[in-house]
Design a protein around this ligand. Structure first.
Ligand SMILES: [Zn+2]
Length: 230
């Protein structure tokens, strides 16, 4: 829902509930946030919402903003946060995030992440003969595993090939997260998808760093799937 369709819906609602206005019993905006999730609305608020067109409109307005925000955050988190924080806020945020990169992965959905793996020669200038395909395997205590292998070139047009194979109990979304070797700075995050095995060729533009010219390490993140948009 964009701003225009929201305004149209709002005016229809106002016409249908003509005369609906704020009363002394109305729910404060701060409390309306407790009503965003339909399933956990406090009973007293639920009762008021049934009878009050004004509060229902306010709630829909909040839900619409929340949806727009989540969509923007999902599509391009850096741009969404830049708009929300403004220039000065963004400068402070970049200092806190040290690389200025905001993760696309929702923390609460992470099922597990493989330990950081730093392939040999990552970020080093070496001869092509040394840059062979390398493998790493992570196995959890309950038999789930993620295998990955990668190979790259030290050329202007850098290309990194990533292969993975996993055995996971439930359907998940897999991400490759490239970070600095100490794990403090996220360099990029690439969505691998839901297939348990696959391979992907990544360009320098997708990686946002050159694998032969900057130190890096890799972790595969296994994210739970959810139905509703984030
Ligand atoms: Zn009300």
């Amino acid at each position: 829902m964009n701003d225009d369709t929201f305004t149209a819906a709002l005016s229809t609602m106002k016409q249908q509930w003509c005369g609906a206005g704020r009363t002394a019993d109305c729910i404060e905006t701060a409390d309306l946030h407790d009503c965003l999730d339909e399933t956990t609305i406090p009973p007293a608020f639920a009762e008021h919402l049934r009878d009050c067109g004004h509060c229902r409109i306010q709630l829909e307005r909040l839900r619409s903003r929340q949806w727009l925000w989540r969509t923007a955050l999902n599509n391009n988190p850096d741009a969404a946060l830049a708009r929300a924080f403004g220039e000065e806020g963004m400068r402070r945020l970049e200092k806190m995030e040290s690389g200025g990169f905001v993760s696309k992965i929702v923390d609460s959905l992470i099922n597990f992440a493989t330990p950081l793996w730093q392939p040999e020669y990552a970020g080093e200038a070496v001869t092509a003969a040394d840059l062979v395909e390398q493998h790493n395997r992570y196995e959890s205590s309950d038999g789930e595993y993620v295998e990955m292998s990668c190979q790259w070139q030290d050329e202007e047009e850098c290309l990194l090939t990533l292969q993975w194979q996993a055995n996971l109990e439930q359907q998940s979304r897999l991400w490759a997260r490239f970070v600095s070797p100490n794990g403090e700075t996220i360099l990029s995050e690439v969505l691998l998808g839901t297939e348990l095995a696959g391979n992907l060729q990544l360009t320098g533009e997708e990686l946002q760093f050159h694998p032969a010219r900057r130190q890096w390490a890799l972790s595969i993140i296994v994210e739970d799937m959810i139905e509703k948009p984030r």
